[in-house]
Write a protein that binds this ligand. Sequence first.
Ligand code: ZN
Length: 339
Amino acid sequence: MWLLSNILWWTISEKNREIIEDLWVIDFHSHIWNILVRDEDQIYDENKRFPTDIRTVWWNFGKFKAPWKIMQTIMHTKIVDDILKESGKNRNSSATLKTFSESINKSFITKSIILPIPPHQTFEDLLMARDYDERMILFTWVDFTSLVNLSKEKYQIELKLLDNKFKEQIALWAKWLKIHPIIQGVSADSDIVDDVVDIWKKYDLPVIFHTWVTEYCNKKENCSAHKPEYGEIKYFINLAQKHRDLKIVIWHSWLFQVDEVINYLSRYENVTVDTSFQSKEKILWLLKSFWSDRLMFASDWPYWDRIPALNVMLETLNGDEDLIRKIMRDNSLESMNLK
Ligand SMILES: [Zn+2]
């Protein structure tokens, strides 16, 4: 297994390594810990190894060039779907401080944005993790369960408390807000999300929504609390229209529905996208529709791998220094008001 993992392990050319090290690349979207269950000890596990699995093989040898439609059909067959879900879970449970550090070291990335996925992780968890590795840029979150079934008065008090929490956490370097409509059971155009983003947007920092209809469970499991339908694009069109002054990030450019995001969301100047999981061909399309200001480099580690993400990005940008600087660092800094 060690040998296989090393044969399959991505490599960075000398030339790319120089570009990356000179630039101080920021990975605009990744995770640590476990997004699906609460597991206090996971990130401290020193023995977990990062898996070499179907994704590693697929993206190494497929080089992102498989025809999109055929790829989707294959991925939706039950057998592949189950294998991919297992692989996702396995990667998710292998995202420890040690594997995070290995992945960052091997890819020469300077800092990585880390998304908590509530309710299983919170800002406090990530604050603790950052004590061990300061290459993490943190997110905050909202406990939507604290905002339901309340009197009007109580609801306003809770919103005020939330605002105070944001203020405190931003002072501790929370740079983003993460909302996961599917796992948290709130649609992006609901009143409750309206109220929350109204508070958040006065800090002029980005909010990332999980988008794309995602089912985390295979058919045998009971995940009735999850709302996969909240990943549909219509909710995000409404959100982008309603909150023109909110910095909305659509992660991995909607994955396999990247064409829809180009068609329906690129027209909103408050919407930006990240490149995780996208092929060279699609990144070029994104560049034409979102332009260079609203496109950010990201890996989505542990679900994808950092080195192929970097290689695809650099191949796409083909030595254009201005674009490389913007997409792999400056856009990200600007969105967090750090530049
Ligand atoms: Zn992700």
